[in-house]
Design a protein around this ligand. Sequence first.
Ligand code: GCV
Length: 718
Amino acid sequence: MKARIVTFLLIILLSPVIPAKGDDGYRLWLRYGRITDRAYLRECSKRLGSVMVNGGSPVLEAAYDELVTGLEGMTGMEIDMVHTPGGNWTVAAGTLQSTPLLASLLPDISPGSLGEEGYVIRTVKSGRRSLTLIASEGDRGVLYGVFHLLRLVSMQDPLHDLSILEKPAVTLRLLNHWDNLDGSVERGYSGCSLWNWHLLPHYISPRYRDYARANASIGINGTVLTNVNANALVLTPRYLAGVAAIADVMRPYGIKVYLTARFSAPSEIGGLATSDPLDAEVINWWRDKVTEIYTFIPDFGGFLVKANSEGQPGPQDYGRTHADGANMLADALAPYGGVVMWRAFVYDNNVPVDRAMQAYNEFLPSDGSFRDNVMLQVKNGPVDFQPREPFHPLFGAMKDTPMMMEFQITKEYLGCATHLVFLAPLFEEVLRSDTYARGPGSEVFRVIDGSLYGNRLTGIAGVANTGSDRNWTGHLFGQANWYAFGRMAWQPELSSGQVATEWIRMTLTHDKETEMGIKKMMLSSREAAVNYMTPLGLHHIMAEGHHWGPGPWVDQGRPDWTSVYYHRADTAGIGFDRTREGSTGVSQYFHPLDGILNDPHTCPENLLLWFHHLPWDYIMRSGNTLWDELCLKYQEGADSVEEYASFWETLQGEIDDEQYEHVRQMLVIQHNEAIWWKDACLLYFQTYSHRPFPEGVHPPEHDLDYYRGLKFYYVPGI
Ligand code: GCV
């Protein structure tokens, strides 16, 4: 013991006072870098030096392993592992059932109050000893509690008088990978897929475990491994063996695997003449297939399905409804406890109705006709992950169907991985929007957590931004979006500011001033991107196909895939009229929101052109004309990025060199692209407004033909 104390003191004395250099970002927010604050280290040594472990399940083993690795990494102490309750320990982590001592020290925690995933972290006195307890009713809760304690240490938060009780607000917290079996990732900007199907199941990349650890640390408990534009081959034994191998790595971290089900699989790989969901042979095929899947993966989570959407097969190919299709799969999964997540992302250019209204029209009549193990997975907005959209009107409208939120963490429409855009403000804005479905206070997060209509099944999904890049997400700040998604899936009421603070301290710095500057940049970055891409409610004006860069002039091909369909600019004005006199889109929202949106004077200005077509000289609340305001917003967006780049340059020497240089270069690219967006869009819209740019707007470098003529090949993510 004496030797250990001496070693510890030596480590404290010899600890470097500046952070290590050359961080390639692989460790994400789980860096567990050495703490240099000596007072805090003394506190750690007093409170966290020896851990009582009890219980040997794989999940608990993973929890203890993480606790010891994390604490040893951050403090330099060698952590004592005590195996008997009577020993001289200071931290105990376990379930209330398997560790009676914990239950006796926490008498107020009644059975059933924490559940499998909830936990308490509490400081208690036992004689003269001060103990830190982490307890749950399930192994996964212990794991989450351990990660919470490690977060506190990593943030150097106080460790005394802890009294924390946490339970996830949402049951299924999933990443959706749009990863293809050939290793490419649809809308992926961080390298190739994490899943190496060529080597699976025989080679298990160490990344799989680190991916699982990262997800568990933020409460993610499921992963859909494959693209919604599905390949039926993943349901064949060759691939199922690989899925099982991944599931084995995920299991100790409380993560279930799910797959996308290609609706035409019975015909494609089953040799059947049809994939009609009401056909007896098809029903049997899926039953047998599901049974086979569970022999490979006994805790398989279920299927995510994109059907009759953007060319994917589905029940409507056979004259059946979405409910027929979803229920058939749900019946096959039900005996095993599996779920179906049926996507509501459906629209058809042959339907002469505003695309933003089609999913609502399609699904509302089927409310209540889905099996109990079906959830409807709905994108946050009614078009497609635009920089800003109103919330999807299906939230609140489907009273008898569990609704699952789908956010996009990968930045398909937000500058790919190149732009620094912190998405927590977007998530927060959507989750806190009031649907008014049951009067004021019917926020979207209450639909998602099931409290609005008392749904038993609840879920939230994020389209992943991970890939084979060494730092996982391409841009270092992309990690913050993965982090934010997990934290807000666990607790949808969490604020963007809280999430940003956590991520910055765990990933970049503990210096207060640096932290505040980075936080300010992160919290304003989504609005900046909206401003230089699609201000005032504009949407879907990006280049076609790859979706990178501006393309307001796109007018060829499927009308609902063009830009002119959405901005509707003409000499009279700009914007999509979704009022009661227009497409009537506003009427899909509850009262009084429908009326608020219907009137341009009450409609939030950041959604004005989503709901209204207005003249160029329409007077905005600022007193500017619409044209001038539009121009100034574009300029403001580009200026914000210039400020980020200048601010970042002041951080040289304050944060890790490698991280500094990586972000510095990315911000230069982002600034150039922000100017590109501004110039291309303003020159194009000027051909309709016939007005000069107001004072303060920098003149474009090139003419419109130049921007229209730019061609790009091999943009990633297609
Ligand atoms: C996976 C958009 C994207 C597609 C994506 C689709 C979807 O259309 O551009 O790449 O397909 O959404 O969410 O299904």
